[in-house]
Design a protein around this ligand. Structure first.
Ligand code: IPM
Ligand code: MG
Length: 366
């Protein structure tokens, strides 16, 4: 199998974490008899600096022409004062819309080795394994009309039936493979759009009687994630609420530096760490590459259906954490402080070891 992947490292620590993840990707592909065609393109602030736009036609058509896209991060203080449509973040939004990436999967899973790096109590966190399904191409993010003048500013919160239907279906299908529990998060006590969301989610739920569906207002959900995260399995939610809740859920795992994400559409898929470009530590070799490496695991899983490769990458990350390796963002006294490159090498090393034990070992037994 040959797979074509568009690499969009972006700004800040983006290039460092993407480079690290690509090395893991190459090893995993090689072990599973897959060849990769990797091409790099500019996106975000670096694209603006060179071409005057955060997303060029070249980058966009490269994404259309690839089996998957791996993005690092976009943005930085340098570009903060640009107009809205020239800001690095605009590239992300355009990519999501243009590629039809409506389904954003953000897992927040606690690695047991990292329990002590969260600001929350370990006993509250232990065993947490939440998947946030965030609708990504609707809501106030894209609703029209939008704008502001001297007297007012406005956006439109809008959902169309089909947009809610496809997300709800995905959530219930996923629930059938997990703990059969979905919490749909909205603000139906205030917003008509959320009442509509809730109504459609319940309609679709009728096709999945084995799944337990409950509704939760977003303010309560924010509190509940911090109070008792273990109560959640799948959280299904609107674009804006998912943006906020996924940052809250990130802190459950100890660091935003740990969280991967997949953004899926019916034709295209983009994978990126949830963390941003962290310009303050860019270029210093300090960035945590694990979220991007884990995003590669999601790519193997969702885009290439290479489940074993995905599982081994995740196992390699866990083993690396278990051995005490920590980048600065997850460092605690007594653990081993490592650079981006050292973390990458440790993951590769562990990947190879686990591969030899599990895959080569198994074949030898047969
Ligand atoms: C995210 C980010 C983006 C969003 C920004 C950078 C446009 O916060 O992916 O969560 O709001 O969706
Ligand atoms: Mg966000």
């Amino acid at each position: 199998m040959n797979l074509k992947i568009a690499l969009l490292p972006g700004d800040g620590i983006g290039p460092e974490v993407v480079n690290a993840a690509v090395e893991v990707m190459k090893i995993a592909a090689e072990k599973f008899n897959t060849t990769l065609t990797l091409n790099e393109y500019l996106v975000g602030g670096c694209s603006y600096d060179k071409f005057g736009t955060p997303l060029t036609e070249e980058t966009l058509s490269a994404c259309y022409d690839s089996d998957a896209v791996l993005l690092g991060a976009v943005g930085g203080t340098k570009w903060e004062n640009l107009s809205q449509n020239l800001k690095p973040e605009a590239a992300l939004l355009k990519l999501r819309k243009a590629l039809g990436l409506y389904n954003n999967i953000r897992p927040a899973k606690v690695y047991s080795a990292l329990l002590s790096s969260s600001t929350l109590k370990p006993e509250v966190l232990e065993g947490t394994d939440i998947i946030i399904l965030r609708e990504l191409t609707g809501d106030v993010y894209f609703g029209e009309p939008r704008g502001y003048d001297d007297e007012k500013g406005w956006n439109t919160m809008i959902y169309y039936r089909e947009e809610v239907v496809r997300m709800a279906r995905y959530a219930f299908e996923l629930a059938m493979t997990r703990d059969k529990r979905v919490v749909s998060v909205d603000k139906a006590n205030v917003l008509d759009c959320s009442q509509f969301w809730r109504k459609i989610v319940h309609e679709i739920h009728k096709d999945y009687p084995e799944v337990t569906l409950s509704d939760m207002y977003v303010d309560n959900a924010a509190m509940q994630i911090v109070r008792n995260p273990k109560q959640f399995d799948i959280i299904l939610t609107q674009n804006l609420f998912g943006d906020i809740l996924s940052d809250i859920a990130a802190m459950i795992t100890g660091s935003l530096g740990m969280l991967p994400s997949a953004s899926l559409g019916s034709k295209y898929a983009l994978y990126e760490p949830v963390h941003g470009s962290a310009p303050d530590i860019a270029g210093q070799g300090k960035a945590n590459p694990l979220a991007t490496i884990s995003s590669v695991a999601m790519m193997f899983y969702h885009s290439f259906k290479m489940y074993k490769a995905a599982e081994l990458i995740e196992a390699a990350i866990s083993k690396t954490l278990d051995s005490g390796y920590r980048t600065a963002d997850i460092y605690s006294p007594g653990s081993v402080l490592v650079s981006t490159a050292q973390m990458r090498d440790a993951v590769i090393d562990n990947f190879n070891k686990i591969y030899d034990e599990q895959v080569v070992g198994e074949t030898a037994h047969q």
